[in-house]
Design a protein around this ligand. Structure first.
Ligand code: DX5
Ligand code: ZN
Length: 228
């Protein structure tokens, strides 16, 4: 079985101490650091831009997984790459030229991801599988941490994994992931698990145990679906 990738989302961290929080989840066993960028236009919330990603870069050598919930995304791809993103994910709903966006991310030397909202059919990303390194399936409506996991998104995860058969593809789930729901997502075919509130809710002393519990929930799932 391929190892589960656990990606704490700093959306749920203490924003007054983001550098320390990034170091803390790195030390607590995070595989990736997930950075949620919101523009108050594509989603009804605003977070941070490339300057914050750049400021956090020296605090961890882990993979920076930048999730762009912005429209348009293309004008900002180079800035996020220069800020230190390892992977950049754009939403398929955010514009008419997502294939071009994925080409641009790869041309910058970064891994290219495409995200799907819970109301978006999996079939929409089928033509993009040849240019995507990662598909992010939202398991809540994007914009806020701490929402309930939408089980209806599991069908999307399963469809994407079936479409990707024979390809190396990371399938990431984002929203409402905790030690209980993570197994459902892993069973459906996800191998990357974003968790915000389930990691950060009680402060740094519990981060290692919380990350370990999410990993255990994912890796308890047996069978071929957890591999990419
Ligand atoms: C939501 C973000 C998520 C968010 C998840 O729009 O994309 O990454 O941080 O938070 P939880 O894990 O609390 O649902
Ligand atoms: Zn996210």
């Amino acid at each position: 079985m391929t190892k589960a990738i656990i990606a704490p989302s700093i959306l749920s961290a203490d924003f007054a101490r983001l550098g320390e929080e990034t170091r803390a989840v790195d030390a607590a066993g995070a595989d990736w650091v997930h950075l949620d960028v919101m523009d108050g236009h594509f989603v009804p919330n605003i977070t941070f831009g490339p300057a914050v990603v750049k400021a956090l870069r020296p605090h961890s050598a882990k993979y920076f997984d930048v999730h762009l919930m912005i429209a348009p995304a293309d004008p900002y791809l180079a800035a996020f790459s220069e800020a230190g993103a390892d992977g950049i994910t754009v939403h398929v709903e955010a514009g008419p030229h997502v294939h071009r966006s994925l080409q641009a991310i790869r041309a910058l030397g970064r891994r290219a991801g495409v995200a799907l909202n819970p109301g978006t059919p999996a079939a929409l990303i089928e033509p993009l599988l040849g240019i995507a390194d990662l598909v992010l399936v939202m398991t809540v409506n994007p914009g806020f941490g701490g929402q309930g996991f939408l089980e209806s998104a599991l069908e999307t995860v399963a469809r994407v994994r079936a479409m990707a058969a024979g390809r190396l593809l990371d399938i990431e789930v984002d929203g409402g992931i905790d030690p209980g729901t993570v197994g459902l997502a892993a069973s459906a075919g996800a191998n990357v698990f974003v968790a915000g509130s389930a990691v950060f809710k009680d402060g740094p002393a519990s981060y290692a145990a919380r990350i370990a519990a999410i990993r255990a929930g994912a890796e308890a799932v047996t069978g071929p679906t957890l591999s990419c």
